[in-house]
Design a protein around this ligand. Structure first.
Ligand code: NZQ
Ligand code: ZN
Length: 385
């Protein structure tokens, strides 16, 4: 296992009725930007609970953060923060709103061109406003990590940035606030969380037993509870386990000291930038195909995963690897996520287009071994047709 420093300062308030914790988490004198999406929180009672907990604090509401939050929209929120001298950002919504809040928190005090926050992957961020999250959609893990993914539709880009300064100070996870999610969104959340584990686990073994066993547990919980939670959206216990699993999938624990891949995400973000496909659905398309193309270098982990997560013990190594990849594909499908580009009306020509875009950006060696070149990306997407 490689050396690592593990640090996660986000306080989590988990469970029914926890939105009231806002009253103690936010300083009485805080001047709050309340960031929200298209309006789901108005109709499901979440906004009302938040407003009650905020009490007499100054709070300016900004609605309209899109799924795949857009740079130009968020810059309007940055303007408001600067003009009204707001000093806290509160995200109330899904991963897109949480990510948007991280960007606003970093961009408001930033003196240069804020797009640089993305093009530098977060390295130019030297300060950020404090932020908190009320999460209404489990999946991204944004509630307890340092990442944010921002789209800029005007130039068809979607880039991530990471910086410890945007760790949420606190996050509130009340599974009941997720009961109003459409089936498509909760299925997306389960698939996204599962893929976060794959990205940090399906590499090569480094004798990191805690990380491996934790990762396998998170996957097992998602396999057991995910489809159940999609079918029974009001089953509190099942949903609560999905919510907590999604946080653990990307709060830094299972990724500490181990090699990580993230190629499926890099490729998936390009599919969203070009075709607007839901984030999780891009992963459902890319992962099975990427695992097939990279099966030789990932063989040891594919075998371990097959055995420990899916109980695959019989047969030759090659057939066990085939079975592990097939089970992964059918897991996405069982959630209702289609796993072929043609299911999303995307032509195979996209393979060359995305490979070209990555090459132009200089992203030519990614994956845990730096061996995913634009040519490999093209093979992965061609296989996914
Ligand atoms: O906008 P509203 O009206 O709130 O509706 C949202 C949105 O339409 C709706 N929704 C959310 N909570 C709801 C609800 N509808 C009913 N009831 C509720 N309780 O769901 C829709 C999708 O929301 P969104 O926030 O876009 O989904 P998700 O949480 O899947 O976030 C996706 C974004 O996160 C990024 C993705 O790239 C994508 O931009 N990611 C962020 C990561 C991170 N920060 O670590 C890692 C991930 O890999 C991912 O890349
Ligand atoms: Zn993801």
């Amino acid at each position: 296992m490689e050396n690592f420093t593990y640090f996660n300062p986000t306080r989590i308030h988990f469970g029914k009725g926890q939105i009231k914790a806002l009253a103690t988490e936010l300083p009485q004198a805080a001047r709050v930007l309340l960031l929200a999406g298209g309006g789901s929180i108005r109709t499901n009672g979440v906004l009302q609970q938040v407003q009650r907990a905020l009490g007499a604090r100054v709070a300016v509401e900004f609605f309209g953060v899109e799924a795949n939050p857009d740079f130009d929209t968020l810059m309007k929120a940055v303007e408001i923060v600067r003009r009204e001298k707001l000093d806290w950002v509160l995200a109330v919504g899904g991963g897109s709103v949480a990510d948007g809040a991280k960007f606003v928190a970093a961009a408001a005090p930033f003196s240069g061109d804020p797009w640089e926050i993305l093009t530098s992957r977060g390295s130019v961020v030297k300060s950020a406003l404090p932020l908190g999250v009320v999460l209404t959609l489990p999946g991204t893990g944004s509630e307890a990590n340092i990442a944010a993914v921002i789209s800029r539709r005007a130039i068809r880009e979607k880039l991530a940035f990471l910086n410890p300064l945007v760790f949420p100070k606190f996050s509130i996870l009340d599974p009941e606030t997720t009961f109003t999610l459409p089936e498509r969104q909760i299925a997306n959340g389960v698939a996204d969380a599962f893929t976060h584990v794959i990205e940090q686990y399906m590499t090569f073994p480094v004798h990191a037993a805690i990380q491996d066993r934790f990762a396998e547990s998170v996957m097992q919980v998602l396999v057991e509870e995910g489809p159940k939670s999609v079918r029974n959206p009001k089953d509190y216990d099942s949903r609560a386990n999905v919510v907590w699993a999604a946080t653990w999938a990307l709060n830094g624990v299972i990724g500490s000291g181990v090699p990580q891949d993230w190629a499926s995400h890099t490729i998936g973000h390009e599919l969203t930038a070009l075709h607007g496909i839901d984030h999780a659905r891009t992963l459902a398309v890319v992962v099975p195909s990427l695992l097939s193309v990279q099966r030789a270098t990932k063989a040891a982990k594919l075998l371990q995963y097959g055995e420990r997560v899916w109980g695959i013990r019989e047969g030759s190594e090659a057939s066990r690897i085939d079975a592990a990849i097939e089970r992964t594909r059918s897991f996405y499908e069982s959630l209702g996520l289609r796993t072929r580009l043609r299911d999303y009306d995307v032509k195979p020509g996209v393979a060359a287009e995305i490979a070209g875009k990555l090459k132009a950006r200089g992203e030519v060696n990614f994956g845990e071994r730096g061996d995913i070149t634009p040519e490999v990306v093209e093979r992965i997407l061609t296989l996914a047709a």
